[in-house]
Design a binder for this molecule. Sequence first.
Ligand code: NAD
Length: 370
Amino acid sequence: MEEIDQFADELGPAKIIHVYEPRVGLRGTLVVDNVAAGPSIGGLRMAPDVSTEECARLARAMTLKNAAAGLAHGGGKSVLYGDPRMPADRKERLVRAMACALGDIQDYIFGPDMGTDETCMAWVKSEIGRAVGLPREMGGIPLDELGATGFGLAHATEVALRYRDFPLVGARLAVQGFGSVGIHAARFLVARGAILVGASDSGGAIHDPAGLDVEALVATKRSGKGVREHGKGTPIAGEELVRVDCEIWIPAARPDVIREDNEARLKAKLVVSGANIPITPGAEERLHRRGVLCVPDFIANAGGVICAAMEYHGATQTAAFQAIEERIRTNTDAVLADATRRGVLPRQAAVELAVARVRRAMGWRRWSIF
Ligand code: NAD
C-alpha cells in the first residue's frame, strides 16, 4: 500500500504488480491506473533502466490519453527490465514469461512500446489471448509499420499551426528519437512541406540546415547504423539537438528530455510531443511563458492507441486512420482554443478535458468492482 500511496490521487493507480522469475531473468512491473471507462490499454516498455515511477507516470498518461481520445478503455502500462536488443530467443522467453505472469490481470491489455513490437505482441497474444498492435497475420493493424502515431502527430502539428505565425511549408523540423514514431512523424510532415534539419537516436544526433533526406536516413537506420553515421550533415551529441535552429521540435524518445536545465536552449516555436511525458512540468511552464507552444503528449500522440483500440474492436485500417485524423484534429483544436481563451497552459486545458471524462466514467462504474 505504501507504494501506491506514493502515486495515489483521486484517479488511481488501481493496481501495482511486480513480477519476478529468476530462472528466466524476468523482472517487470504493471501499473493499472484507472479502469472506469473499460479495461486498460497501454504499452509494454522494455529497457534496462525502467522504473516503477516511470511505469506509474506512463500509466497515468494512458488514462488521460484514452479518455481524451474517447476510447472505452482505461490506462495502464507495463515495464520489463532488460536490453531490448538482446538475442531474439532470450527476448522471446522474457516477453512470454512477462505475459504469463500477468495473464490473470484481465483489466490490462498489452500493446507495443519502446523496445517491443508487433512480434512481441504476437507472443503475448499467443500466451494469454489478449494484446493489441498485432501483426496482420493475427488480425492486427500494424500501427508502427503504418506510422499511426506519426500520422496523428502530423495532424496535431497542422492544427497547432493555426495558433502560430508560420506555415508548415518550409518549416524546419528536428526529431529527437528517430524510431517508429519519429521516423513516421518526419515522413508525414516532410510530405506536407516541412524540412527535416536534425534527428537523433540513442547513439547521438545529426544536423543539416540544408535538409536531410528522410528516406536516406531511414535506409541508414535500416542498415544497422546510427543517425550519426549517416554520412551527410554534421554529427553532433544527442543533447545538442535541443539547440538546433528550427521551428518545430518533436520529442519521440524518453521522458524528461526537456527540463528546467536545458529548456532555455530550445529554439523551436512549437513542440509536438510524440514521446510520453518528454517535458518536465517546470520546463513546460517556462516554455509557455516565453511563447513556445507545446501540444501535450497525450493529445498529440494518441494515434497509436486509437489504432490499437480500433483493432481490438475489429475495425479496418481505413476506419482506424479516419478515427485518428478526426479525433486528434478535434482534440488539438479544442485544447488549444480553450487554453488560448483562458490564458492557461495547453496541458492544463488538456488535463481538465481528460479528467472530466474519467470522472464521469467513474461515476457510472458498477459497484461490484470494489
Ligand atoms: P522506438 O524504440 O521505435 O524508437 C525510439 C527511438 O528513440 C530510437 O531511435 C532510439 O534509438 C531513440 N532513443 C532512445 N533513447 C534516446 C535518447 N536518450 N536520445 C535520443 N534518442 C533516443 O520507440 P517508439 O515506438 O518510436 O516510441 C518513442 C516514444 O513515443 C516513446 O516515448 C513511446 O512511449 C512514445 N509513443 C509511442 C507510440 C507508438 O505508437 N509506438 C505511441 C505513443 C507514444
